[in-house]
Design a protein. Structure first.
Lengths: 278, 515, 320
């Protein structure tokens, strides 16, 4: 069997490797962690990384093991980013597809709503929503999900509009196919390409957004570890205990990079205009 | 043709930004051409909210007011009441105070300060329309008389032993009538008698103060100019002092101070402060309405460990009166329930009907005042007696909302204490106290606090407040934990600055940079 | 085209109305109030004082009434006074706007300066190691949490003079050198990530264009390689880059919030953050209006630039 296109694209593969690695860590963390991520130890405050103490990434300002906390935070990051993206995608695609397909007034109204959401910088909008709803993990999912709606709406709408005028759609219509039928069987399957790319990018941005919210004190609350709130508490001690900030930061960078690489590779594969030029 | 339009558009954009920068330049700081060697630069993490002494509540504002205004009396570095604008005073009976003012003190607008100004200022504070936070400190003043240009007589409706201490508050500064009438309020201008005058204020950036040439204390202030720079990150404040960009910075964060202490490039001044970290109960919410439950918690908390973990040991454990008020305070281990005892605590819980413990919420916030670190340690410690604490970490505005609505079971707070026990304890623990968010109503405590407020004989007062401390420890409406240190980090070239212990920057007046 | 511009500007009105309504009511749903924060946990007030305070903080009337009053004032040009500082709202915002704009603009310029050349290079060496390297580096830039990068920068440069603003802001007109120096690192923190986006769009755009007939024709005609690339290909490839820049203005402006906080720049993003934290309703309401207006303007400018640069686009009343 010929290797699937996906696997031949080196960038996408690199991304996949990173993501799978994190998934493994996440699963392992459900069963085993080097130390208890919530255990405070007055003797071990702000210890640098060392094999001797067993704290491979050092300890934080309460003597808690950083590696364990990072591992525990992996599940949190996955759950939040997947849920938020799913939420934003479902609602956004629904809105965008109907707006694009129905056109006219419905289109206008739906896109006005999306525009109003879109006219806020994402972080500001997320902060706003969190302020109203309160700082719980499920509200982070809600806030980020809402922020994503306009992007998915726009993309799906644009794709639908581009497709609407196509021959095979008109053919189907003249054959008596109903609106919903056309939508599900003809239109939707053909707009998946840009959406897939957008989804992988949204997954990566969700992690960044969550960490920014936690950094500002609005996301996952301590003592539960999230990479963002670990960075937030590290802020004060970073200057003389850099490991408290370096490792959580790296954890974020590598997973986000994984999603970005995957998305970039997917874009390569799915965009026919980018086949080999030379 | 199209390309030219594009070019024009781009030029317009760039010009737009440049022009709007000019707008900002109009009010931005005049970059000092040559740094005067007599400038003292202070780094602060919060911008002052306003400058009207009778209105502001924020500590950040108070720090500026320390240098712009004077009061009748002030606190020195030993927390003793000493003369400020009042040279001397008499207390013929416990309802009458007579102050003799210094002569020749000038406001920043040139006019001399007289007894009329004192009367005006105090009346403005007492006026409900001003809604001054200082009003409750001096609410029993019923009459203010101008005996002559330099003598003021205050008559009280009931005795108030803490009056002198109250008059040291920034909220009771002396202001000139005409300034208030001209500007409506003094939020954005400063016309005081203080060692420095306001030259320029670029909000959220910097505030420049210049020496008051007519200041009444001879030889002061030492520095010609003081500049406050707003830098939200405490680690950056420390970095600023190290690199010489800042001469002095007040830093709350324990980890940063710990690092600064090990650093030979900076000087750390650390002194037990007047604030008190407390673990509060809502005394009307089950199960904390049961005294045995509260006592159990008090017995399970290890103050020293909390101090070590949450504040790197930089502070001192305390009972109901801040430990640094040496005259009054009894150390916590000499008070009831002052020593950790898990067995007794578990027994008390069992007696109260909770042999297997229970779960509850602790409201806290990730700001310094919100005590998240403290809450985490407490959560850990209470596991030892079978109690499961969930941290309800909320954003600061939310925290204040919960506090105001008394919507909590327990919470971690940072309360501002005072060296004078009445000012702090009455409002917090009397059943009619305005900041008694503990919902604590106890007749015995009320009686003692009322007594202490009115007694004037020092020995009698001491006995009363000793008793108050014992009663409060026993009834445990809250658990007093520790007083964090007041910390300033200065460059090695700063000379003359002293800490008072309540955060006041008054002694900047004595400070200068020697290079 | 003039008519088009006017039409677009008029569309501002319903957007502003909608946004103002939403913000006014939503913001009061956040628990806590400016009055409570003013009182904090230390201040006692008598009932009469509370009446007065409530009046001063605008809590004495029902919300719809307050909304109408606010709109009425707006129409007279009065944006109200900050609940926290008592200062008039609009001048404070307008003073800080240029700083945020400057930050965004510099971030944009840096992103373009880094992204476009790298994107062109990548497209010319598609699928070689150089291409992969560029792309991965670009994606790493996109993966860095901005505040992390910013915090690391602050630590690294804390000892050097002038690279970190830190309450030392000077404007462009006063001291251009100092200004540029202090904006460099913050702009880099934001721009580095965006450079990756620019690079990707440039690369893809160039790849598409390089296949075009007219490019091959030009090369077949014997025109020098470099001239062909730069003059013909890049010119046409630049279009999507412009549009993506315009649409991402939001990303840049939003990024400035955290950067302003970490670098202590007195910009609008920081003001927004404080205003939300302090429940300073008049300031929040005003900032949101300003930002919404900015967005519409930026979108308009982007469309105009797009239209001017591409002769194929007609500014018809598009069904967008």
């Amino acid at each position: 069997m010929k290797t699937p296109r996906l696997l031949r694209n080196k960038i996408a593969v690199a991304g996949l490797v990173l993501i799978v690695l994190y998934l493994l860590i996440s699963v392992v963390s459900l069963f085993w962690l080097p130390f208890d991520p919530l255990n405070m130890d007055a003797e071990q405050i702000l210890q640098p990384p060392s094999f001797v103490t067993g704290h491979l990434f050092g300890t934080d300002e309460f003597g808690r093991d950083i590696l364990s906390r990072i591992m525990k935070g992996t599940s949190v990051s996955f759950i939040i980013s997947v849920s938020a993206t799913a939420l934003g995608a479902l609602i956004g695609i629904f809105m965008g597809v109907w707006a694009g397909y129905l056109g006219g007034k419905a289109d206008n109204i739906i896109m006005r709503i999306a525009d109003i959401l879109f006219s806020f910088p994402s972080l500001l909008l997320a902060i706003f929503i969190m302020a109203i709803l309160g700082e719980h993990t499920y509200n982070v999912v809600l806030a980020i999900g809402i922020v994503y709606i306009p992007q998915f709406a726009r993309i799906s709408r644009g794709s639908i509009i581009a497709l609407k005028g196509n021959e095979f759609i008109r053919a189907a219509k003249s054959n008596g196919a109903g609106r919903t039928y056309i939508l599900i069987h003809h239109l939707l399957p053909n707009i998946t390409a840009p959406l897939i790319v957008q989804i992988s990018l949204s997954l990566s941005t969700a992690i960044l957004l969550e960490s920014a919210l936690s950094f500002l004190g609005l996301g996952v609350q301590p003592p539960n570890p999230s990479w963002g709130n670990m960075l937030s508490s590290a802020r004060k001690v970073m200057m003389f205990a850099p490991w408290t900030a370096v490792y959580p930061g790296l954890a974020i960078v590598l997973l986000v990079l994984g999603f970005n690489l995957l998305g970039d590779g997917l874009r390569d594969i799915l965009d026919p205009r980018l086949r080999n030029v030379r | 043709m199209k390309k030219r339009n594009l070019f024009v558009l781009c030029t317009v954009l760039v010009v737009l930004v440049a022009v709007s920068s000019a707008f900002a330049a109009g009010v931005a700081e005049q970059a000092p051409a040559a740094q005067k060697s007599q400038t003292l630069t202070i780094g602060v993490s919060q911008e002052a909210v306003g400058l009207d002494p009778h209105i502001v509540t924020a500590f950040s504002s108070m720090r500026r007011l320390d240098l712009l205004y004077n009061r009748l009396v002030r606190l020195d570095e030993n927390m003793q009441v000493v003369p400020d604008l009042a040279e001397s005073w008499e207390i013929p009976n416990n309802l009458t105070y007579i102050f003799h003012l210094r002569k020749g003190v000038k406001f920043h607008n040139g006019r001399e300060m007289t007894a009329d100004d004192v009367k005006y200022s105090l009346e403005r504070v007492l006026d409900p329309a001003t809604a001054s936070p200082g009003r409750s400190y001096i609410s029993t003043i019923s009459k203010i008389e101008v005996v002559d240009a330099y003598t003021v007589k205050l008559t009280l409706s009931s005795p108030l032993a803490s009056l002198l201490d109250a008059l040291t508050s920034n909220n009771i500064s002396i202001v000139p009538r005409e300034a208030v009438q001209e500007h409506g309020n003094l939020q954005r201008v400063a016309v005081g008698t203080g060692p420095y005058m306001l030259k320029e204020w670029v909000v959220d950036n910097s505030m420049t103060l210049v020496k008051n040439p007519n200041y009444f204390e001879a030889g002061l202030p030492k520095s010609d100019q003081v500049i406050f720079r707003v830098i939200p990150e405490e680690a950056s404040l420390y970095a600023g002092v190290r690199s010489g960009n800042l001469d002095l910075a007040t830093i709350n964060d324990g980890a940063t101070i710990r690092q600064a202490k090990a650093d030979k490039n900076v000087v750390v001044m650390s002194k037990p402060g007047m604030n008190v970290r407390v673990f509060s109960f809502n005394n009307q919410k089950k199960p904390f309405d049961d005294i045995r439950v509260r006592q159990a918690v008090a017995l399970a908390l290890n103050r020293s460990e909390i101090l070590t973990m949450a504040e790197y040991g930089m502070g001192a454990t305390t009972g109901p009166i801040p430990i640094s008020a040496k005259v009054w305070a009894i150390p916590p281990d000499q008070l009831p329930l002052g020593k950790t005892d898990y067995a007794k605590a578990k027994q008390l819980l069992a007696d109260a009907g909770y042999p297997n413990g229970f779960a509850f919420d602790i409201v806290c916030s990730s700001t310094y005042e919100g005590g998240l670190a403290v809450a985490q340690v407490i959560q850990n410690q209470l596991k030892n007696i079978g109690l499961t604490a969930n941290l309800d970490v909320v954003e600061w505005g939310n925290y204040i909302d919960r506090w105001a609505k008394r919507d909590f079971a327990t919470m971690v707070e940072l309360r501002g204490g005072s060296s004078e026990p009445d000012r702090f304890l009455y409002r917090s623990l009397h059943s009619t106290g305005g900041v008694n968010n503990f919902m604590f109503k106890d007749a015995e405590t009320d009686a003692l606090l009322e007594l202490g407020r009115e007694q004037t004989d020092p020995a009698q007062r001491k006995a009363t407040y000793d008793k108050v401390q014992v009663v409060l420890s026993e009834k445990a409406p809250l658990v007093f934990l520790y007083s964090p240190n007041e910390n300033q980090v200065t460059s090695p070239y700063v000379e003359g600055f002293k800490q008072i212990g309540n955060g006041s920057l008054y002694y900047v007046t004595h400070a200068q940079v020697i290079k | 085209m003039g008519k088009y511009i006017i039409k677009r500007l008029l569309s501002l009105v319903p957007v502003l109305i909608g946004v103002s309504l939403i913000v006014f009511f939503l913001v009061r749903m956040i628990p806590g109030s400016a009055l409570q924060m003013y009182m904090g946990t230390q201040v006692e007030a008598t009932p009469e004082q509370m009446e007065e305070l409530k009046r001063l903080f605008g809590e004495d009337k029902p919300i719809p009434v307050l909304y109408i009053e606010w709109v009425g004032d707006l129409l007279k040009g009065d944006f109200g006074y900050s609940l926290r500082t008592g200062r008039p709202v609009l001048p404070d915002i307008l003073n800080r706007l240029p700083i945020s704009l400057e930050l965004t603009l510099y971030s944009l310029i840096l992103a373009l300066l880094i992204g476009i050349p790298l994107g062109v290079l990548s497209s010319l060496r598609q699928n070689t190691f150089g291409d992969f390297f560029n792309r991965v580096v670009g994606l790493i830039g996109l993966s860095l949490p901005q505040f992390w990068l910013a915090a690391l920068m602050v630590i690294a440069f804390s000892n050097s003079q002038g690279w970190i603003p830190m309450g030392n802001y000077v404007s462009l007109l006063e001291n251009p050198l100092k200004n540029l120096k202090m904006f460099f690192l913050p702009s880099l923190a934001i721009g580095f990530g965006f450079a990756a986006v620019v690079m990707r769009y440039t690369r893809n755009s160039m790849l598409e264009v390089l296949q075009m007939d007219y490019v091959r024709t030009a090369r077949a005609k014997g025109l020098p390689y470099r001239k062909v690339i730069i003059v013909h290909a890049l010119k046409n490839a630049i279009l999507p880059v412009i549009t993506v820049t315009g649409f991402n203005a939001g990303y840049l402006l939003g990024g400035s919030i955290v950067i302003e906080e970490v670098f202590a720049l007195p910009g609008m993003g920081r003001l927004a953050l404080y205003a939300i934290n302090q429940r300073d309703y008049p300031v929040i309401q005003a900032i949101v209006l300003v930002i919404a207006t900015l967005f519409v303007l930026v979108n308009l400018i982007t469309d105009l630039v797009y239209a001017l640069a591409d002769p194929r686009i007609r500014l018809v009343d598009e069904k967008r």
